[in-house]
Design a protein around this ligand. Structure first.
Ligand code: NAD
Length: 447
């Protein structure tokens, strides 16, 4: 991309996790001067040394390249970073609260307060974190209270839609750019920041603050609903002797439906979908929109029920009890192409079987380390072979390409009992059965 002119806005990115690190690197790639700020010294040190502290395809190369240009740096010193910046992106976490379904906004409030207090010149604060509707309006009041007199500061909302595993491409080529609550001035600034993707055709939606906040959570709620819909239908398929994978392919040919997010299986997880639908459920109830809350409650229940379903299938495969049975688990990440194990269905099932007395050995191509940090008591293998060795049952819980490419005939003799539960609907039942496996899939009739 063409380098922005010398008077281009200088950017700061508050929070350098999955979203913020990607955003900071991508904005530097677009030619801007970017400072990434985080409170986590270890994360900052790693990024400054050219190491991405999580797995995200393509990001390490781009980080290294842009650090070398001198346009990109990382620091914990929020005061000096903010003092030099013109546009401040808030990318900190909004996890679920421990005691309720609501989002924890403490990090967003702390980061926004820090930016506001350290402003030394006119600026735009751009919220990118996923927040409950109404948050931005409250943050505006906070900024008005905290910003020094004499600086002209605006707070706007520009929600982020990137997908882990495809974060770099999604940031450089977004499906849409939503600008909430912008004035003519801040809209112009953000159109400058996103000039390259806009020129390449990314549509821009200019709207108010609540709509911008709600676009993000509604997108996630819709995707979650689609997954829970197909999982509910999978239950009907199993009972009726139908095959949900064929059904999903047939449904997907209808362009109004589309094939994506119609994979029946263990359901959704990760750091976004579960907490975002719960936060929306909570907020919808607060606002008196009980129908939306009720719908999302069902979506969440169906989703969590899939984990129970797979645990039951493993119990059944082991004759009613998994005590002292060896279970090989393939997959720990909540989806392929990430090492993110936040609210991971795979790890959740593995841990539940461990608690029931099984000897669970987990293998994941990228998420072994993050999984070990969260569940240190599980055993971790360094290969598929090691995970399935001596297993009474093998569970495929994350649909990594590596697992789909395994030769079932080669793996069968490594096990104690060649029994597999395909919880992601991606294996060929025929190929595995031909290779001598007892194959069970979610939403698929027994052989
Ligand atoms: P994350 O936990 O990976 O990163 C958050 C970072 O913020 C951490 O590094 C943390 O140390 C830092 N932080 C916390 N308080 C801070 C402060 N006061 N100042 C500076 N840094 C601070 O989370 P994430 O996955 O990057 O998500 C961030 C936000 O983006 C969430 O609201 C999430 O819902 C949203 N989002 C995430 C994705 C995704 O795929 N991960 C996609 C779209 C939107």
């Amino acid at each position: 991309p063409a380098a922005p002119a010398g008077d281009a806005p200088r950017l700061t990115v508050l929070g350098t996790g999955y979203l913020g690190a990607t955003h900071a690197v991508a904005m530097a790639e677009l030619g801007f001067d970017v400072t990434g700020v985080d409170t986590d010294q270890a994360k900052v040190d790693a990024l400054q040394a050219g190491k991405v502290p999580f797995y995200e395809p393509g990001l390490p190369e781009l980080l290294e390249k842009n650090l070398a240009t001198g346009r990109l740096r990382f620091t914990t010193d929020v005061a000096s970073a903010v003092a030099q910046g013109d546009v401040h992106f808030v990318c900190v976490g909004t996890p679920q609260q421990r005691t309720s379904h609501a989002a924890n906004l403490a990090y967003v409030e702390a980061a926004t307060t820090a930016v506001a207090r350290h402003l030394t010149k006119d600026a735009v604060i751009v919220g990118k974190s996923t927040v409950p509707v109404g948050t931005a309006a409250r943050l505006r009041e906070l900024v008005a209270r905290e910003a020094p007199a004499g600086v002209d500061v605006e707070l706007v909302w520009n929600p982020e839609f990137l997908r882990e595993g495809k974060a770099v491409g999604d940031t450089l080529h977004p499906d849409r750019i939503v600008l909430g609550g912008v004035s003519a001035r801040s809209e112009a600034v953000l159109r400058t920041v996103y000039a390259t993707p806009i020129a390449e055709g990314s549509p821009v939606v200019v709207t108010d603050l609540p709509t911008a906040e709600l676009v993000k959570v509604s997108a996630n709620a819709f995707l979650a609903t689609k997954i829970s819909f197909i999982n509910a239908i999978a239950g009907v398929c199993e009972a009726a002797g139908a095959d949900v994978t064929v059904l999903a392919d047939a449904l997907g040919h209808d362009v109004r439906i589309g094939r994506q997010f119609l994979d029946a299986g263990l359901g959704f997880g990760g750091g976004c979908l579960p907490k975002d639908i719960r936060a929306l459920m909570h907020r919808a109830n607060e606002l008196g929109a009980h129908r939306a809350a009720g719908l999302l409650q069902q979506v969440d229940e169906i989703n969590m029920g899939q984990r129970e379903r797979v645990i039951d299938m493993a119990l059944e495969a082991c004759g009613g009890s998994v005590l002292n049975r060896r279970i090989g688990v393939l997959g720990a990440a909540f989806k392929p192409l990430t090492d993110d194990v936040r609210d991971s269905p795979a790890l959740n099932v593995a841990a539940a079987l461990h608690l029931r007395g099984a000897q669970v050995t987990v293998y994941d191509p990228e998420a072994g380390d993050t999984a070990r940090r969260l569940f240190p008591t599980l055993s971790y293998a360094t290969s598929v072979d090691e995970a399935v060795e001596g297993a009474d049952v093998v569970l495929v819980l994350t649909e990594w390409d590596q697992f789909l490419g395994e030769d079932p005939a080669r793996l069968a003799p490594l096990t104690h009992r060649a029994r597999v539960i395909d919880a992601r609907g991606k294996l060929s039942a025929e190929a595995w059965r031909t290779a001598g496996w007892d194959f069970t899939g979610l939403g698929r009739a027994a052989a």
